[in-house]
Ligand binder design. Sequence first.
Ligand code: BMA
Length: 320
Amino acid sequence: MLIRSSKNPIVTRSEIPSIAPSLVDVSSVFNPGAAMLDGKYILLLRVQNRGRETYLLKAESSNGVDFIVENSVVVFRGIESVKEKIHHVYDARVTKLDGRYYIMFAMDLENGCRLGLAVTEDFQDYRFLGIVSDDDNRNGVLFPEKINGKYVRFDRPNKVQLTEGPVSGNTIVMSESDDLLHWKAVKPVMSGRFHYWDELIGSGPPPAKTHEGWLHLYHGVATHFASSNIYQAGVSLHELSDPSHVLFRGRYNILEPRELYELTGQVPNVVFPSGMIVEQFDADGFALPGSRVLVYYGAADTVVGLATATVQELIDAAKV
Ligand code: BMA
């Protein structure tokens, strides 16, 4: 259903500029956030060096496929105010809201993973706003507008301990905020379906508004195979006035590891959607059914892939 770009993988470690001493001959680049600024496609890439240290780098494109990676790392001004040791900042999700770009990301601290928030207007100067989850949490995605007077996000509390693996989660939760900094979990949205493709789940990119509901991509992990966890992408549709209400949820995944660059790498068998660009909206901010949707995803935690569909095709996939 999602069609892979013929240029996949569209970003690999060979495109990452050498920025000595930290980024020389890096190991991997994956799980990008995505946005459009002045007609340009922007990615915030997760780059890992040979120390398995994490950096965010910006890449820019005029066609959404051919990206040039900037020769400097993204710096969140003010993040030094966090007193705890920050091990990694990763998996940026970008939302355009009130004319600014908000970046929600995972922060690995000594006592677990938290959500962090930063803001930029131009993808040159980035300001850290704060840690925005109390408990262990990941995959925070901010909605592009207030709903019933509140800022809204989906997030994924980490409450499931994988055998010999990291703490993960199987329920996406809707949280609300008045100021973007203090968040309260209000309702569970959806949970993993044990025995099937999406046993553990987490949101992918921030949802997009359509006339049929909020279009939401997520990742699902099938854990019941002895040798590996398989990460796939799926789609659901949520009520516009209350996104915690699932209108439709696809029974089948819409993208699964099949190509060699998805099947092998740093973490085999992973497609992890994290960026989505809808190209056309109407004057009221609804995605046009015929608009192209570009879905950027990490493949095998090693490279970046691109797959496309139309808005209507994704909506239809949620209804199957
Ligand atoms: C998840 C996150 C992602 C990663 C994926 C596959 O739990 O850590 O960042 O891409 O696992 O390893």
